[in-house]
Design a protein around this ligand. Sequence first.
Ligand code: HEC
Ligand code: HEC
Ligand code: HEC
Ligand code: HEC
Ligand code: HEC
Length: 182
Amino acid sequence: MHNRSLIWVASLLVAMLVAACEKPSPGYNKGYMPTQPLPYDHSLHAGDYKIPCLYCHAQADKSRHATVPTLNICMNCHKSVAVNSPHIKKLTEAYNNDESIPWVKVHMLPDFVHFPHNAHIKKLANGSKAPEEVKQACFQCHGKIDQMTEVFQTKDLSMGWCLECHRKPESNGPQNCSACHY
Ligand code: HEC
Ligand code: HEC
Ligand code: HEC
Ligand code: HEC
Ligand code: HEC
């Protein structure tokens, strides 16, 4: 190999290493499970108590972003439920001070990718708003959230992953670049 190509290969490796060390890098973070500021448990709320996904993620079937619930949703119950728990005391204090809980985002796409939740949920839940069908739609991309004590990323969120589903005849999702890229 010529010296020049050796240098080129070396600098490419350095660039890849630098990219791999940037944290948190969007996409490809399969298994990513950041520690949250409060031990909110989906397996308890969405699993044992069967609170529907859309009760808390109310925008998921209406807009591009699913959004994380505001504290007044939590306080619908926690004004009276588990009030002596130190975690619920912290929650109540934040609520009374008009503060929010700084939840750490788990799933992240790069800014140049367009992903609308609403279109996906409508199609994947066959137009139904029934909690069970909506939940099954969520599971296709997020895994069995109702069994998770802490949320983690189950898919790699790569372009190949998006296209694999879009190519299925029953999905008929768009494959043209401009559908997903600005
Ligand atoms: C077709 C795949 C897919 C389905 C179905 C899906 N999601 Fe998502 N979800 C994603 C992706 C991709 C992201 C990251 C989006 C980003 O960073 O722009 C995400 C992000 C989120 C977030 C973080 C906030 C946000 O909007 O970025 C929440 C909360 C969420 N999803 C909840 C849900 C719920 C609840 C359902 C079912 C009602 C659901 N998702 C269905 C792929 C999906
Ligand atoms: C529909 C009612 C309901 C809603 C809404 C709700 N919770 Fe809960 N939550 C419960 C119940 C029931 C328990 C179990 C209480 C027990 O075991 O004594 C619980 C337990 C908890 C606990 C564990 C308390 C402890 O230390 O034992 C935390 C933390 C918590 N919830 C946080 C939240 C947060 C954050 C929200 C809003 C995003 C929320 N909850 C919304 C009903 C609810
Ligand atoms: C009682 C309220 C509540 C219910 C019910 C609920 N969630 Fe959540 N969800 C939250 C809160 C609070 C967070 C942010 C903290 C965390 O990540 O654990 C969250 C985070 C998430 C995330 C990660 C968002 C991100 O940062 O990328 C996904 C995905 C998600 N929920 C999906 C679901 C699905 C699917 C269901 C139904 C099976 C569901 N949730 C039911 C309150 C709720
Ligand atoms: C589990 C299957 C599945 C996965 C995974 C998936 N999609 Fe889709 N997507 C669909 C289906 C089905 C449609 C068609 C929706 C319709 O007909 O309204 C669609 C439609 C779309 C649309 C067009 C929405 C509209 O308003 O017409 C965009 C943009 C899109 N997807 C982006 C993405 C991106 C970006 C990803 C990956 C991060 C992704 N999708 C992953 C199933 C999926
Ligand atoms: C269904 C949605 C979807 C479609 C259609 C799509 N992309 Fe992507 N693309 C993504 C997502 C999600 C990412 C970010 C994750 C990744 O890099 O794999 C991405 C990343 C990229 C990147 C950056 C790769 C990198 O390593 O940083 C390029 C370049 C790209 N796409 C080009 C294209 C071109 C060209 C087309 C049309 C032939 C296309 N995309 C069609 C979803 C899509």
